[in-house]
Design a binder for this molecule. Structure first.
Ligand code: ZN
Length: 311
């Protein structure tokens, strides 16, 4: 199978219904399964397992619906030439008038679904192609502001080198947010829609792309804004885990309200001491990411922490 064929097949999963109605079911199912392929997990997965995960993705990233039906994309994606459904019982599937199989049948016959062997093989051997497919599915179905949230949820890291797609532990986000009790460790930001935190991210202190591990001691729960400021080096952490703002970061009222106000203040502590940021990762951030020098504390001419030894 040539690259273009496979990419085209994935492109065709994106179908906006008339009137601009969103139909992200197949794209999300494909992204979920691509994450599994990246992590080398088993190819065929039980319907109930797929359903649980897909419904969660649809609740977070799909349109508001009374209930999301995972059985439709699970069955229909076979027609797109990339997916197969199998059952150990080899049943004669009874099709409904719309050509679907009922959820109860999928469960009764213990249906398994996943990409075909060819698709799995193609995407695993060609990271550049995989990256193109993932990016296209994201670009065609979701605004850029939520791409990162979706990638975290399905466990794919695209930020890496152009030709490499890294695996990422989809549990990292949950574990880090739980460690910090679902609040930004800097400002306490914690807006939710029902139970889903919005604009709250699991930041790697040592970047994942630089080999930073998916562990609590390399993670911080940060709001989108503080995550961005941290990754751009506007602030770092002292060896006492205080916020150290760069002398190159500046601004007026918002700079004071959102950043300078926290200068010299301690991060919120995670709920277990073992989740505290490891100094090895903090040292990497100081060395590789932080910009300029640490600001003096206003009015005192001193630095926030006597032994901050930030460099
Ligand atoms: Zn924040």
């Amino acid at each position: 199978m040539k690259d273009i064929d496979l990419l085209t097949k994935f492109n065709r999963l994106t179908v906006w219904r008339r009137g601009g109605e969103r139909a992200p079911h197949k794209p999300l199912l494909a992204l979920y399964s691509l994450g599994k392929a990246v992590r080398d997990e088993k190819r065929l997965v039980e319907f109930e397992e797929v359903s649980k995960n897909l419904v969660r993705l649809l609740n977070d990233f799909g349109p508001e619906r009374k209930n999301h039906r995972a059985e439709y994309p699970f069955w229909r994606m076979q027609k797109d030439g990339i997916w197969e459904v199998k059952s150990p019982d080899n049943p004669e599937w009874r099709l409904t008038s719309s050509g679907d199989v009922k959820k109860s049948e999928l469960i009764r016959y213990n249906a398994f679904g996943g990409f075909t062997e060819t698709v799995c093989h193609e995407v695993k051997k060609d990271p550049a192609l995989l990256k193109k497919i993932v990016q296209t599915l994201l670009d065609d179905n979701f605004p850029p502001s939520i791409h990162e949230d979706i990638l975290q949820a399905v466990g794919i890291d695209l930020a890496a080198d152009a030709a490499v797609v890294q695996r990422r532990n989809p549990e990292f986000r949950n574990r880090v947010l739980r460690a910090y009790e679902y609040r930004c460790a800097i400002c306490g930001f914690d807006i939710r829609i029902d139970h889903s935190p919005i604009g709250l991210e699991a930041a790697h202190i040592k970047w994942h792309t630089a080999g930073g591990p998916d562990e609590e001691s390399n993670g911080l729960a940060l709001c989108t804004l503080h995550h961005k400021l941290f990754d751009r080096g506007a602030f770092t952490l002292s060896n006492q885990l205080e916020v150290l703002v760069s002398d190159r970061a500046n601004g007026t009222a918002s700079f004071n309200d959102w950043l300078l106000k926290y200068h010299g203040k301690k991060l919120a502590a995670p709920q277990r001491a073992t989740y505290q940021p490891d100094m090895v990762f903090r040292d990497w951030h100081v060395r590789e990411v932080f910009r300029g020098e640490v600001r003096e504390l206003p009015h005192t001419g001193t630095h926030p922490s006597s032994g901050y030894g930030y460099r």
